[in-house]
Ligand binder design. Structure first.
Ligand SMILES: NC(=O)c1ccc[n+]([C@@H]2O[C@H](COP(=O)([O-])OP(=O)(O)OC[C@H]3O[C@@H](n4cnc5c(N)ncnc54)[C@H](O)[C@@H]3O)[C@@H](O)[C@H]2O)c1
Ligand SMILES: O=c1ccn([C@@H]2O[C@H](COP(=O)(O)OP(=O)(O)O[C@H]3O[C@H](CO)[C@@H](O)[C@H](O)[C@H]3O)[C@@H](O)[C@H]2O)c(=O)[nH]1
Length: 465
C-alpha cells in the first residue's frame, strides 16, 4: 500500500446517499474514538457511546482524551460540523440508527490469562433492550473465538418482541500511532457474517474505503474472530524470534541488528517486526497471545499453541535482561544510583502505557533502590497515573543531567535526534533497549553504548561502585 503515514482521507468520494447512514460506536477508547471519527470523515452520521462520562464530556467538546497523531483534528472538525456526537445513554444510541459497532475493551482477566469479555456482554445487554427496529451489531473488539455466537444468543434473548438483531464481526488491525491512516487505508477489511444482508450492509458502509482498492474479505464469525488473534500471535512470534536470536548473539558475540537486516532481505521473511530489543508491550499483543492460549485450552487444543508460551517468556525475559544490564553497568547494584529512563509509552507515537516495557524496567530498577527519572515526549502524564511513585522529568536534559546511567527504552524520533555530546550525565553510559540510537555517534561523543544482542561500543571501563 502507498502513503502509509498519511493521515489525510483517501482519495475517494464520500458516501453520497441523500440520508447519510447513521452509525453508533459503542466504546470510544483508542479503537472506538478512531473508528467513530473516521466514519464521520467518510461522510456518515456517527454517535459514540461510552460508559465513562469524563471521556464522553471531553469528546463531546471536541477534545481527544489521549494522544493519537491526526485524530484530534478529525474529532474537532466533526464534532464542530455535528456529524460526530457522543452520549453515555444506551437508549439514545439504540434509537440513533440500525448499525452499531462494538469497540469496548477486552482486557486480560485478573485471575487467568483469558480475555475478559464482560464489557462486550454488558454493552450488548445495555443496548439491545432499547432497540425499536431491526438492527445489526458489528463487533470490532478483539475477542476469543465463539464470543460472537454467544452475543447473538444474548441479543436474541434480550431483543424486544418483533425486533430482529443480527451479529457480525469486523476485526480491527489498526496500530496505535498510525490509527487514522490504518483505518482510512487498511491493508484489508475482514467481515464475519451469518447472513448475506449483513455482508451487504457492511459492503455499503465500507465502499468509500474498499473502492480505493482495499480487499474486502468475507468469512464466517469464528474465522473472523480467529483472523484477528492469529495475526497478532504471528506478529508477536516474529518479534520474539528476533529476540531469541538476540540472546544467541549475546552468548556468541554476534550482532542481532546486522543479522535481522540480513535475513530480512529474503522477501519471504521481510524486515518488518524483526526489531530485537526490549520486546513487545501495549494493550494488544501481550494480552491477545495469552487469551489465544487460554481459548485453545478451553477448546482442548492447547498443545497447538504451546509455542506461544515461549513467545511470551522470551518477551518477558527482555525486560529482566535489560534490568540486569543496567545493574551490571552500575557495577553490580543500582542502589542509590541515578538512572534516566528515556521513554514511557509502550512504543513511539502514542501516550499509551498499558503493559509498557519501558515502565516495567523503570519500576523494577526503582524497586532495587535506584532513583529513576523518566522522560517521555507524550506519555509522562499517563505514566504518572499508572506509576505515581516514579520520578518524571519535563525534558531529556532534566532526566539525564547528573545521571549515572541512561536507558533508552522507547524509540521516539526526538531521542534518536539527540546530540549525545550536549548531554551532561555523571557518567556517559547508555543502554539502548531499542537498538535505535546511532551507536557510533554516541561512542564518538565519549559514550559507552550497551544493547541486548549487540557487542558493547565505546569506552570499555565499567562504572566503578
Ligand atoms: N488499541 C488498539 O490499537 C486496538 C486495535 C485493534 C483492536 N483493539 C481491540 O479493541 C478493543 C478496545 O481496545 P481499546 O484499546 O480501544 O481500549 P480502551 O480501553 O482504550 O477503550 C475501551 C472503551 O470502552 C469503554 N467501555 C467499557 N465498557 C463499556 C460499556 N459496557 N459500554 C460502553 N463503553 C464501555 C471504556 O470506558 C473505554 O472508553 C479491545 O478488544 C482491543 O483488543 C484495539
Ligand atoms: O519489530 C518490532 C515491532 C514492534 N515491537 C514492539 O511491539 C509492540 C507492539 O507494536 P505494534 O504492533 O506496532 O503496536 P500496537 O498498536 O499494539 O498494534 C498491534 O496490536 C493492535 C491491537 O490488536 C493490532 O490492531 C495491530 O495490527 C498490531 O500491530 C510495541 O511494544 C513495539 O515496541 C518490537 O519490539 N519489535
Amino acid at each position: 500500500m502507498t502513503h502509509r503515514h498519511d493521515t489525510t482521507p483517501p482519495d475517494v468520494t464520500t458516501h453520497d446517499a441523500p440520508e447519510p447512514i447513521r452509525v453508533t460506536v459503542v466504546g470510544t477508547g483508542y479503537l472506538g474514538a478512531t473508528h467513530a471519527a473516521c466514519l464521520a470523515e467518510l461522510g456518515y452520521d456517527v454517535l459514540g457511546l461510552d460508559s465513562d462520562p469524563a471521556k464522553i464530556a471531553d469528546l463531546a467538546a471536541g477534545r481527544l482524551p489521549f494522544y493519537e497523531p491526526g485524530l484530534a483534528e478529525l474529532v474537532e472538525r466533526h464534532t464542530a460540523s455535528g456529524r460526530l456526537r457522543f452520549t453515555t445513554d444506551p437508549a439514545e444510541a439504540a434509537a440513533f440508527g440500525d448499525l452499531h459497532f462494538v469497540c469496548v475493551g477486552t482486557p486480560q482477566r485478573r485471575d487467568s490469562m483469558a480475555a475478559d469479555t464482560s464489557h462486550v456482554e454488558a454493552a450488548v445487554a445495555a443496548l439491545v433492550p432499547h432497540l425499536r427496529g431491526d438492527a445489526l451489531l458489528v463487533g470490532k473488539s478483539t475477542v476469543p473465538v465463539g464470543t460472537a455466537a454467544g452475543l447473538q444468543q444474548l441479543a436474541d434473548e434480550l431483543a424486544p418482541a418483533g425486533v430482529e438483531v443480527g451479529v457480525a464481526w469486523n476485526p480491527e488491525f489498526l496500530r496505535e500511532g498510525r490509527a487514522v491512516d490504518d483505518t482510512l487505508r487498511p491493508d484489508r477489511v475482514v467481515v464475519g457474517v451469518t447472513d448475506p444482508r449483513h455482508e451487504k450492509a457492511l459492503r455499503e458502509l465500507y465502499a468509500p474505503v474498499v473502492d480505493a482498492g482495499v480487499p474486502f474479505l468475507v468469512t464466517d464469525l469464528a474465522t473472523s474472530e480467529l483472523v484477528k488473534v492469529a495475526a497478532n500471535a504471528f506478529l508477536a512470534t516474529k518479534i520474539s524470534f528476533a529476540n531469541a536470536i538476540a540472546e544467541l548473539c549475546d552468548a556468541a558475540g554476534g550482532d542481532v541488528v546486522a543479522l535481522t537486516d540480513a535475513i530480512g532481505h529474503d522477501a519471504r521473511i521481510g524486515h518488518q517486526f524483526l526489531s530485537a530489543g526490549l520486546g513487545f508491550g501495549g494493550g494488544c499483543l501481550p494480552k491477545d497471545i495469552r487469551a489465544l492460549m487460554a481459548r485453545a485450552g478451553e477448546l482442548g487444543v492447547d498443545e497447538a499453541l504451546t509455542f506461544l508460551r515461549e513467545v511470551d517468556a522470551i518477551n518477558m525475559r527482555r525486560r529482566s535482561r535489560t534490568v540486569a544490564l543496567a545493574v551490571q553497568e552500575c557495577g553490580g547494584s543500582v542502589l542509590g544510583r541515578r538512572i534516566a529512563v528515556l521513554g514511557a509509552a509502550f512504543k513511539p507515537g502514542t501516550d499509551d502505557v498499558r503493559d509498557s516495557p519501558a515502565l516495567n524496567v523503570a519500576a523494577q530498577l526503582q524497586l532495587q533502590g535506584a532513583h529513576v527519572r523518566v522522560h517521555d515526549p507524550r506519555a509522562n502524564a499517563t505514566a504518572a497515573r499508572m506509576f505515581p511513585t516514579l520520578g518524571y522529568a519535563d525534558t531529556v536534559e532534566d532526566a539525564v543531567t547528573g545521571a549515572d546511567l541512561v536507558l533508552h527504552l522507547t524509540e521516539w524520533e526526538e531521542f534518536r535526534a539527540l546530540d549525545p555530546a550536549l548531554l551532561a550525565p555523571a557518567r556517559r553510559v547508555v543502554v539502548d533497549g531499542r537498538n535505535a540510537l546511532d551507536a557510533d555517534r554516541w561512542a564518538a561523543a565519549g559514550w559507552r553504548v550497551r544493547a541486548l544482542g549487540r557487542p558493547a561500543v565505546g569506552p570499555l571501563a565499567t562504572v566503578s561502585p
